[in-house]
Design a protein around this ligand. Sequence first.
Ligand SMILES: NC(=O)c1ccc[n+]([C@@H]2O[C@H](COP(=O)([O-])OP(=O)(O)OC[C@H]3O[C@@H](n4cnc5c(N)ncnc54)[C@H](OP(=O)(O)O)[C@@H]3O)[C@@H](O)[C@H]2O)c1
Length: 332
Amino acid sequence: MQPVRWGILSTAKIGRVKVVPGMMKSPLCEVVAVASRDEASARDMAAELGIPKAYGSYEALLADPDIEAIYNPLPNHLHVPMTLAAAAAGKHVLCEKPIAITANEAEQLERAAAQVMIAEAFMVRHHPQWHRARDVIRSGEIGDLRAIHVIFSYFNVDPANIRNKPDIGGGGLLDIGCYAVVAGRFVFEAEPLRVVTLVDRDPAFGVDRTTSALMDFGGGRQLAFTVSTQAVPYQRVQILGTKGRIEIEIPFNAPPDSPTRIFVDDGSQHGNRSARALECPVVDQYQLQGEAFSRAVRGAAPLEYGLEDAILNMRILDALRRSDESAAWERV
Ligand SMILES: NC(=O)c1ccc[n+]([C@@H]2O[C@H](COP(=O)([O-])OP(=O)(O)OC[C@H]3O[C@@H](n4cnc5c(N)ncnc54)[C@H](OP(=O)(O)O)[C@@H]3O)[C@@H](O)[C@H]2O)c1
């Protein structure tokens, strides 16, 4: 397979530090250009990572006929507009999560997605630890699924950070609550029916800083999550079945240079004593994500999660926000 020729839209930290280095490890991805609003920043990133071309505007990069696919890690309010611009230029787009601010906005991508490939960059779904967990569930070892608990938190009170700016799509629900939603859909292999939310906002920034929610997946299956942008950094997923429990130790920010573990526990002893650790090999989930999208571009494999999936995820995030306003259960 010929590598797909990628262009990177902005010098965003996630691209510079994680996603682009991950893609550059792969023979399926060739990162040919980066663009920034500031040409010097683009040149710095290009020099740091060994990217051949640097552009001083996003438009110039989109006009480059040598580029086949775009990685879009702009602030959330620019995900749809710039994905549309890239699609209009005939480029496939891997767009950072959340793909939009609302489901309605995400639906604006439907026509473009009939012409080019558009996907939301939930890298976690490419990590083998999630597939291992799902294999254990499918084997029946932990019995019938009852509940999932998700915690994801970090501490960030930088007023200049995109997460603390409500007008460009900030707040914890859009930034990390989306992972709890993805985790529930992946593990239960179902869609939630209704949700209820409790939100605490930062009084100065106006963004949600701590959001907890309950999601009813039907059939007695529940997901509870807490995400916070102002709490000690932590992340964990617990999956409870009738006969066993699975714990994903580093569910979202799995390191690219050391193995990860999931624990499978029959609960016969307290304190993790009856848990067996399953070690997953060292992988770079951003590399795997870039490879999956590149294979889809070349027609070598189907796009497993396309725009439809991204819109479904946004509908759930919409319902979670409606519940904050109504202080009641909301149907998805
Ligand atoms: N999948 C993951 O693991 C993961 C992790 C973190 C973040 N993300 C997602 O990636 C995206 C970027 O996050 P980040 O933390 O990397 O952000 P960031 O470092 O602040 O980068 C955003 C970039 O967007 C460009 N930009 C254009 N208009 C802007 C504006 N009005 N305000 C600020 N920046 C603007 C800037 O690039 P130029 O100056 O070069 O034009 C900036 O560097 C978000 O959607 C976030 O949800 C994903």
